[in-house]
Design a protein around this ligand. Structure first.
Ligand code: NAP
Ligand code: MG
Length: 497
């Protein structure tokens, strides 16, 4: 379905690309909203993008009221589950039909290689919509045995109005992980995309209407997080708030919920993931894979490999393989079909990453690869895949999530030291473990305190496996049938006979 494209194909697509900019409220594309337009530039080359009219608090009220009315009407919530499922599958088909346009929109807005957006983002959201679409008529309720005089039912009902606030790094994948389980359960959704990737999410909203998702069931409101994200967080008629983004905003949303109607908040937050390589590991594979996992998507990935913790016996070989991978992923024009590493989200983000690297170097760290700002496209936000060792504790890079292409290496002398260091983080999103020893693989994957552990691989999974963190990485995993529970309420019904 998704065929490979050449650089010439992407250039041709770019010449005719039109970005979606209109809010979607109650089935109207380009619904009037009253905020000052969002001015945006493409991080690929610094060129201006069409401004997006921003929603305000009053527009949030309108959108939530419309979502509530659609929910109450039963136009979606009252359908047979199979009908909802079929509609989600139709949306997946439309996304694939428009794969090039959507992928290029992502690339222009946030800088990832267009081919990556095409192969990974389009595939991920289409797979997600199909998976939940197919799940729709396979969910069961329960009827506990209570004897001859009664019938007891434990059923799940849609929560009502779900607000979803999403980030820019995987704008379609993250959105799909929220809206597919929420919609399949029968909820109405008000979606607030990251400013940077407003257009691709608005395009998704247009396709949802074309697929037959009724007016009001999927509202898409572009605007500022601190304005309309906060308004959604504080809204008395929003039942559930699904969020992926930074820990700072995740905490704010929990506060807004506490200060308003006590709605449940599902925060999927950052990470600072460790990769532990034991002395018996396949050193070349471990180094190359961890390097890829550090730099894929420009390192702008919550589950990126940030901390390589390697046994001294294999350190030299593992580091050499990671450094080779860094070299193979040199920043290139995101429209180049062969590009494996594009632009960062903004010049400001690039400068923060550079500052964290410079701070670590000033504190005694050694640069093994990268470490420089580059400009494969003039005016763009590019930074080399970077590997550092001897990064001291107490530096920004060692202690916190720096959201970009930087991998730190620490050499250790025992498995115990490796696990202790890996778990020495406020985050608990993901980890990888490299060993040929079956017993160590089981024992130490249990010891790693993270929501996902990959053994001898990275970023593997299917929709049936939940993805989420612990501690400062948040809670309430996305994906799998478990995610449907986040958007439903339990009801107990006792019928006396
Ligand atoms: P962010 O600043 O937290 O933004 C995420 C979303 O929250 C955006 O839509 C943003 O809108 C909105 N927002 C900002 N301030 C808000 C407020 N006061 N109230 C309500 N909403 C508000 O995060 P980011 O920088 O875009 O994304 C990077 C972070 O996301 C990293 O920490 C990364 O690890 C994490 N992440 C986690 C996962 C996961 O699954 N665990 C996946 C991907 C990314 P604006 O665009 O207007 O600022
Ligand atoms: Mg932000």
């Amino acid at each position: 379905m998704l065929s490979p494209l050449s650089s010439a194909d992407w250039a041709a697509e770019a010449r005719t690309l039109v970005l979606s900019t209109g809010a979607i409220i109650d089935g109207v594309v380009g619904a009037p909203v009253s905020g000052a337009p969002l001015e945006r530039v493409s991080p690929r080359d610094g060129s201006a993008l069409p401004a997006v009219p921003a929603a305000t608090e009053a527009d949030v009220d309108t959108a939530v009221a419309g979502a509530r009315a659609a929910f109450r009407s039963g136009v979606w919530s009252g359908l047979a589950p199979r009908e909802r499922g079929t509609t989600l599958i139709r949306l997946a088909e439309l996304i694939e039909r428009d794969a090039r346009r959507l992928a290029l929109t992502i690339s222009v807005e946030m800088g990832k290689p267009a081919q990556d957006a095409h192969d990974v983002e389009i595939r991920a959201i289409a797979t997600t919509l199909r998976w939940y679409g197919e799940l729709a008529d396979k969910l069961d309720d329960q009827a506990p045995q209570v004897g001859p005089d009664a019938v007891a039912l434990v059923t799940r009902e849609p929560a009502g109005v779900v607000a979803a606030i999403t980030p820019w790094n995987f704008p379609l994948t993250m959105t799909g992980w929220k809206i597919a389980p929420a919609l399949v359960a029968g909820n109405s959704v008000v979606l607030k995309p990251a400013e940077a990737t407003s257009s691709v999410v608005l395009a998704l909203g247009e396709l949802a209407l074309e697929a037959g998702i009724p007016a009001g069931v999927l509202q898409v409101l572009p605007g500022q997080g601190q304005v309309i994200g906060q308004a959604l967080g504080r809204h008395a008629d929003v039942d559930v708030l699904a969020f992926t983004g930074s820990g700072r905003v995740g905490r704010l949303l929990q506060g807004y919920a506490a200060e308003s109607n006590g709605k449940r908040v599902w925060p999927e937050l950052g990470g600072h993931s460790a990769s532990v390589v034991l002395a018996d590991a396949d050193a070349d594979k471990a180094g190359a894979t961890v390097g890829w996992a550090a730099f894929y998507n420009q390192g702008e990935m919550c589950s990126a490999a940030r901390r390589l913790i390697v046994h001294r016996d294999v350190a030299e070989q593992v580091i050499a393989a990671a450094v080779r991978t860094a070299g193979e992923m040199a920043p290139a024009d995101p429209f180049d079909a062969g590009s494996r590493f594009g632009a960062l989200i903004s010049i400001a983000a690039r400068d923060q990453i550079a500052a964290a690297v410079d701070e670590a170097v000033a504190a005694g760290a050694t640069v093994l690869a990268g470490g420089r700002t580059v400009e494969p496209v003039a005016g763009g936000a590019y930074y080399e895949p970077t590997i550092l060792t001897n990064v001291p504790a107490g530096t920004t890079l060692f202690d916190t999530e720096v959201f970009g292409p930087v991998l730190t290496v620490t050499v250790v002398d025992s498995d115990e030291e490796a696990i202790a260091l890996a778990n020495n983080s406020v985050y608990g999103l993901a980890a990888s473990l490299w060993t040929r020893d079956l017993s160590a693989a089981h024992r130490l994957s249990r010891a790693l305190d993270a929501g996902t552990v990959w053994v001898n691989c990275y970023e593997e999974g299917t929709l049936s496996m939940p993805f989420g963190g612990r501690r400062d990485s948040g809670f309430g995993a996305d994906k799998s049938a478990h995610a449907v529970e986040k958007y439903t309420d339990l009801k107990s019904t006792w019928i006396a006979l």
